[in-house]
Design a protein. Structure first.
Length: 276
């Protein structure tokens, strides 16, 4: 277990002080912390894996994937790996910012803020588009893995982090995070692909626009949703395009789900122009 103010030592020359816990999942037994290295005078991100829940070989694959793709899509490079009791600890570059979870805790106050939040959704699409171009599937998109690095301007002000599951080229049921898992991840129905990220992204966008999560329940035949009810935005807007975006991204069947990020970007821009 990692606690605030704890000092972690790799060796006599390299020490990290734990500043704060960013998140810890009791489901995956993975956590992310902000740490500080006094010798260098810099902040770093510390990711931890409980080996009782995470296979060592999978962790090694993740590290290789991180460093292989770090320069391509601008995500944190890993610098150190060490073990503390039953935890594998990985030290990587720190990116300043707040998670989407923390950035959008309160619902938007007016139409201007809704337009601004749609901008962030569009920017996230551009980043994911680049990730998918390198045939990388994130597999665990959620508000905790979206960093808002510029709260005033979405352009260049967003980062996608935690590519852990993207390193694992497999098709296992249960991977990802509940609510944001696609049906093919949660139920093992169909093959996992870029369309699985699109599904999770639909939930991320819903959270950004509403500051709440959308819970979907499969029907008795497990071939669709029991009821897909979307909350309305607190302004005037094109309800048809709004419904189209979310129904397309959150389609139960991966075969029928929207898998064209350029089309989603265009629809988001249309929605944004309609906001009054």
């Amino acid at each position: 277990m990692i606690v605030k103010n704890e000092r972690l030592s790799i060796n006599l020359q390299i020490n990290f002080d734990v500043i704060e816990e960013l998140y810890y999942s009791n489901i995956t037994k993975r956590g992310l912390y902000k740490v500080y290295n006094q010798e260098i005078g810099s902040y770093y991100a510390l990711k931890v894996y409980d080996v009782d829940m995470n296979d060592i070989q999978d962790i090694e694959k993740e590290i290789i994937s991180y460093n292989k793709n770090a320069n391509k899509i601008n995500f944190p490079k890993i610098h150190y790996k060490f073990q503390k009791d039953n935890l594998v600890c990985v030290v990587m570059d720190w990116i300043d910012g707040k998670t989407a979870t923390n950035s959008f805790k309160m619902p938007p106050r007016d139409s201007f803020e809704i337009k601004q939040r749609i901008n962030y959704c569009i920017e996230i699409c551009f980043i994911l588009q680049k990730i998918h171009q390198y045939r990388i599937i994130h597999r665990d998109l959620k508000p905790d893995n979206i960093l808002i690095t510029n709260p005033k301007d979405a352009r260049g002000g967003v980062s996608i982090i935690d590519f852990g599951l993207s390193a694992l080229k497999r098709n296992l049921q249960g991977e990802g995070t509940p609510i944001f898992q696609s049906p093919e991840q949660e139920l093992g129905i169909g093959t996992i692909g870029t369309w699985s990220d699109i599904y999770a992204l639909g939930h991320v966008f819903y959270y950004i626009l509403h500051s709440s999560n959308l819970s979907l329940i499969p029907n008795d035949d497990f071939n669709g949703w029991f009821d897909l009810q979307l909350d309305e935005l607190s302004c005037q807007y094109d309800t048809t395009i709004y419904q189209k975006i979310f129904q397309g991204m959150l389609e139960f069947s991966s075969k029928n789900r929207t898998n064209n990020l350029s089309a989603i970007i265009n629809d988001l821009k249309t929605l944004q122009r309609s906001v009054r």
